[in-house]
Structures are given as C-alpha cells and as structure tokens.
Design a binder for this molecule. Structure first.
Ligand SMILES: Cc1cc2nc3c(=O)[nH]c(=O)nc-3n(C[C@H](O)[C@H](O)[C@H](O)COP(=O)(O)O)c2cc1C
Length: 124
C-alpha cells in the first residue's frame, strides 16, 4: 500500500501513486479526516464520458459516485470498519492538492477507518 495520493486503476484493480503527499487535510473539515487511514476521493473525468450527453454527465457522475459510496458502506459494515461520506469541503483547495485538470471534478469523499471505542463517553 502506498502512502500518499493514489489513482485507482479499475481495470487493473491497482493503485498507482500520483503524489507522495498527504492530501487528507483538504478532504473534509472535521479533525478525523487528518488521521483516517484511508480516504476515498471520487472524481468525475468528464472527457471520458463521451457516450453520455453533455447535459447529463454530472448527473450520471453523482449517481455513479453514490452507488460506489454505498458499496463502500456495505463492505465496511461487513468488515467491522467505519466510514463516513463527505461532500462539503474546499473544492478549489482539494482540486489544487490533487492536481485535477480541466474537466475533472471532485464529487464525494469517504473516510474509512476503525470504529471508535464504544461508548465514547465514560459512564457517569
Ligand atoms: C451525499 C452526502 C454528503 C455528505 N456530506 C457531508 C459533509 O460534507 N460533511 C458532513 O459532516 N456530513 C456529510 N454528510 C453526512 C455524513 O455522511 C453522515 O451521514 C453523518 O455524519 C451521520 O453519520 P453517522 O450516522 O454515521 O453518525 C453527507 C451525507 C451524504 C449522504
């Protein structure tokens, strides 16, 4: 497993290191995003959606991202892991940190980590 920003190559089912930098801080506003072991960042690459009418590309991209996020939720539940989805963030900062190009748009991100000990608060 690489440390840094990786691109997931679906056909090869492989991770390729893009930048050996930690971009987790710009993937959300809560503190836990800085330390979550894994942060999945879903990006639309509109140039690769030529079969979809231009006016529908963003709708398709968000629908795909939602389905992928749901699969991650199901997997995490089955493995006893924790996950949370995010859409609210500094999109410009994240795009810069990731080096996104024209036609590439951040959609959603999803932190994956271990569950916090329960109960979170000590008994009274
Ligand atoms: C598409 C989508 C985007 C979301 N974006 C954010 C977000 O940016 N920040 C946030 O705190 N919660 C966001 N939420 C809500 C959280 O993912 C989560 O549902 C909420 O924190 C409650 O989680 P819990 O039930 O595991 O405690 C989003 C939910 C969805 C479905």
């Amino acid at each position: 497993m690489h440390n840094g920003l990786c691109h997931y190559a679906a056909l090869a089912h492989a991770l390729h290191l893009v930048r050996a930098t930690d971009v987790r801080r710009v993937t959300g506003y809560q503190d836990f995003v800085d330390t979550a072991p894994l942060d999945l960042i879903m990006v639309a690459d509109y140039a690769r959606m030529k079969l979809v009418p231009v006016s529908q590309r963003m709708t398709y991209a968000y629908a795909f991202a939602g389905a992928m996020a749901q699969n991650v939720y199901l997997y995490c539940t089955s493995e006893g892991l924790a996950t949370v989805i995010h859409a609210w963030r500094d999109r410009d900062a994240l795009s810069r940190a990731m080096g996104l190009g024209y036609g590439q748009q951040f959609l959603l991100s999803q932190n994956v980590g271990h569950k916090a000990p329960y109960p979170l608060l000590p008994p009274k």
